[in-house]
Design a protein around this ligand. Sequence first.
Ligand code: ZN
Length: 228
Amino acid sequence: MKIYKILTAICLLSILFGFRLIDANIRWKISEEDPYLWIKLTDRTLTFESNSIDDPGDSIYDLKNPGIVEVMQSIINDANGIFGSYLRLELYPEDVNNLESGSHYDATKAEKRIIEIGEDSLFLASGVASWQSDGENIIGCKISFAKEDKKEVRSFIATMTHEIGHCLGLHHPQELVDSIMSYFKQSRFYRYQIDDKMGISYLYPANIKDLDHKEHNTYGLSCKFRGD
Ligand SMILES: [Zn+2]
């Protein structure tokens, strides 16, 4: 009974402080067997003027003037590396008639699976995401970013990671949490944090066979009864 109460308290805490979804039932129509969404850049030639990333472990760390394609690839790698989520983002091909090796692009599937990213010179906030749904699923998303944001790569990554989070179905958490989706996020955050990762794994949960296996693990203890 006591344990039950503690579990309830933990669940309540995770609801109050955890990730928030735009709508509990709305997400992209993808699956573990067919997990791809494509990120389409309106302008692939853009390069950044400065880079304030100070984490040597980050793939963009030592690049002085990175291009938007490699920056976007680092954002994609971050999202694809979330443990417990089957979601896979992929850069939309530069030439759909001449696919690079390893591309999963499929024109028919991509019709309803594109996140389009482009600059909006009239726009004053740093970024905005707007998605369309057919009532059941997200079938498209558009992200606009401000001219100012294409100068410094770290703030661009923070904006884009946040807006892609919206495109995937995440909302702003209400509390001050470890989340790039939060209004009150710590300024050092520019990639997905634990709270965001939990949200993405919740929306696109991978079937983790190892974890399933562990449920039946006896940790070396045997409960076999030996009667006389
Ligand atoms: Zn937002």
